[in-house]
Design a protein around this ligand. Structure first.
Ligand code: URA
Length: 229
């Protein structure tokens, strides 16, 4: 982890104050002054600020039920950030694991543990994401076959990995995919001549959405560990 991140996670200082303290020579790693904010440190290094030993706060893992017209960003933009719905300290240390579009609803994972989120997002993990997809038109058997086999999206050279589709009714399906390409679900259905009218994420890996809209909770230990393989 970078030295500035470590100090940020161990104190009540702001990012700017952390940088100032490191550059002023107030931070020691294993008794040597380090002024490089990017210096890599390990949790078992001795890290001190003004001779006080620092201990980082434990990582945090949250699940939020995102509503429409909220954005997956740490700051407000065209719509408010979903972080407005989370009332905890040091929110700027958290990041979103796998963003949803502003009009997409459902399960969002949030953490300050970069290694954990990398485990979820890297393609080799084949972590399944389950979406409930509402469509403008009935989906043909041929289109289901194409999506299940993998389809070439506009502007790309590699087809999508095989998807699993369960039909709910004529215009609604459950779609399970293991990738997270840009606007992937909407582009997949566009590629077979349809249009997504509503998109809702219900599950990531073993973790199922079970809070009301705009509500959040901490993950259980078992849920956190389900991605630590
Ligand atoms: N695919 C999309 O097209 N949008 C999302 O928000 C998530 C997956």
């Amino acid at each position: 982890m970078r030295l500035d991140k470590f100090v940020l996670r161990s104190t009540a200082l702001t990012k700017a104050q952390v940088i100032t303290a490191i550059e002023a020579g107030q931070v020691c790693v294993n008794h040597g002054v380090i002024k490089d904010v990017k210096h890599q440190v390990h949790e078992n290094n001795l890290i001190q600020l003004n001779h006080q030993t620092l201990t980082p706060r434990p990582f945090r893992y949250l699940l939020l039920h995102k509503s429409a017209d909220k954005i997956c960003s740490n700051v407000d933009g065209h719509y408010p950030s979903l972080f407005n719905d989370i009332d905890i300290d040091n929110k700027d240390e958290l990041h979103i694991v796998g963003r949803l579009d502003a009009d997409t609803t459902g399960l969002v994972l949030i953490t300050d543990d970069g290694r954990w989120s990398f485990n979820i997002t890297r393609p080799e993990m084949s972590c399944a994401k389950l979406y409930r997809v509402s469509l403008a038109k009935p989906l043909s058997t041929q289109a289901i076959k194409q999506l299940e086999q993998g389809i070439l999206l506009d502007g790309e050279t590699k087809p999508t990995l095989p998807a699993k589709i369960t039909t709910v009714n004529e215009r609604q399906v459950l779609l399970s995919i293991t990738e997270g390409r840009y606007h992937q679900v909407k582009r997949m259905f566009f590629a077979v001549g349809n249009k997504v009218t509503q998109l809702h994420r219900e599950q990531i890996g073993e973790i199922k959405l079970n809070t009301a809209s705009d509500q959040w909770r901490y993950l259980t230990e078992a849920e956190v560990n389900s991605f630590n393989s």
